[in-house]
Design a protein around this ligand. Structure first.
Ligand code: IPM
Ligand code: MG
Length: 397
């Protein structure tokens, strides 16, 4: 290896340290949580995304517009469709989020976002950063909250995945020191860890949940995961009524499939990459990633999305209208709850459970052998307004 490549890598690393220290200073300026009751109108941005994204987002938009009709009429809520977060535009701009789209995004209080294609090496697209990852960082959406429920199995989990740091903070800023040596970086900050861990504990407290589990690989990834774990136990002391334990990610992944163990887990808080992996596994119990919604929450902005990808193959094969919109509709429910419509969000969730897990009058197969996304959205909406929704739902539990 030549001296120049080593010097170049050194400079690169120094630049990254500087960038991260500046980020910490920004985190220290920490704003207060937005009070949506005081905002009028609450602006809800709809971003279609790529592949099946625009199709399933349109169904979620229909559900939101129907359930929030009165508020829209009263000027309390405004919907804005934001075009342009497509892979074609991102490739053209050479950016994860084109500037005009980012400016529009910042005008919205909350957004509902369809899946976006994440380019990787070897794709026909330039290898720009994932739009999800960029949005989470740009808007300080530090908490990725992913609930998974299977009442019949006693599964009731909420994952608090750290969303701006870990392996993702510099995921597009690794360094190819030489032909032989590639290095990536993992970042843990005190501020970044405290805010996600505290949110997990606050959630548990508010919902009378008596257990929070911290998941790391601190026995091996000693510095960054070690810090996350230490901060976790320090914060746990502020919540004596909540039991706190910790697991390593490998055994945690195994224990999620152990029916005798998995029901003991309730709230889990974990660094970014482990959260990414574990939540896909967890969603599988509920019927797959197509059924799970995800909330990306910050103090100023929030974004709600499906946890799966854009399935371009479905579009190529002309099957996009048969894509399952359940994940996006679940995300829409989380959005409603976040901006203060708890009761309506609850109804929507019950309807989604009834339609997807119990009654199953329509099934989605992803092809013309099943219902279309529109038919499914209408089925869910019809179930929301049915008399006795709550008791029907309880009957299934
Ligand atoms: C998710 C996705 C994203 C992630 C991808 C699309 C970048 O897998 O939201 O879990 O890794 O965070
Ligand atoms: Mg993922």
């Amino acid at each position: 290896m030549s001296d120049t490549s080593s010097i170049r890598a050194d400079e690169h690393f120094n630049g990254l340290i500087k960038q991260q220290l500046e980020r910490i200073e920004r985190m220290k300026l920490d704003s207060d949580w937005v009070d949506y009751n005081k905002v009028k109108p609450v602006i809800v941005g709809i971003l279609g995304g790529d592949g099946i994204g625009p199709f399933i987002s349109a169904e979620a938009q229909l559900v939101l517009e129907t359930l929030l009709k009165e508020e829209v009429a009263a000027g309390k809520i405004e919907f804005r469709v934001i075009e342009g977060l497509t892979i074609e535009n991102r490739a053209k701009a050479g950016k994860a989020i084109p500037d005009d789209v980012l400016a529009e995004l910042k005008q919205c209080h909350v957004t509902l976002k369809g899946p976006t294609t994440t380019p990787r090496k070897g794709d026909p697209w330039p290898n720009v950063e994932s739009a999800n990852v960029a949005m989470r960082k740009e808007l300080e959406l530090f908490a990725n909250v992913r609930p998974v429920k299977v009442p019949s199995e006693g599964i009731d989990w909420v994952f608090f995945r750290e969303n701006t740091e870990g392996a993702y903070a510099l995921g597009s800023n690794g360094v190819n020191v030489s032909d032989d040596l590639a290095i990536d970086f993992t970042v843990t900050t005190k501020q970044g860890s405290e805010r996600i861990i505290r949110l997990a504990f606050e959630y548990a407290k508010k919902n009378n949940i008596d257990k929070v589990t911290i998941v790391t690989k601190a026995n091996v990834v000693k510095t960054t995961d070690g810090k996350f774990l230490d901060i976790g136990y320090r914060i746990a002391k502020e919540y004596p009524e909540i039991n706190c334990d910790d697991w390593y990610i490998d055994i945690m992944t195994a224990k999620l499939i152990d029916p005798n163990r998995r029901t003991q887990f309730k709230v889990m808080v974990l660094p970014n990459l482990y959260g990414d992996i574990l939540t896909d596994e967890a969603a599988e119990f509920q019927g797959g990633v197509g059924t799970a919604g995800s909330a990306n929450i910050g103090k100023k902005y929030a974004m709600f999305e499906a946890i799966h990808g854009s399935a371009p193959r479905m579009v190529d094969e002309g099957r996009a209208k048969y894509a399952d919109p359940a994940s996006m509709i679940r995300a829409a429910g989380m959005l409603m709850r976040h901006i203060g419509f708890e009761a309506r969000a609850r109804k929507l969730e019950m309807a989604l459970d009834i339609c997807g897990q119990y009654e199953k009058k329509l099934t989605i197969t992803g092809r013309d052998t099943g219902a279309t996304g529109r038919e499914y959205a209408e089925y869910v909406l019809a179930t929301v307004v049915e008399a006795g929704l709550q008791s029907r739902w309880e009957g299934y539990q």
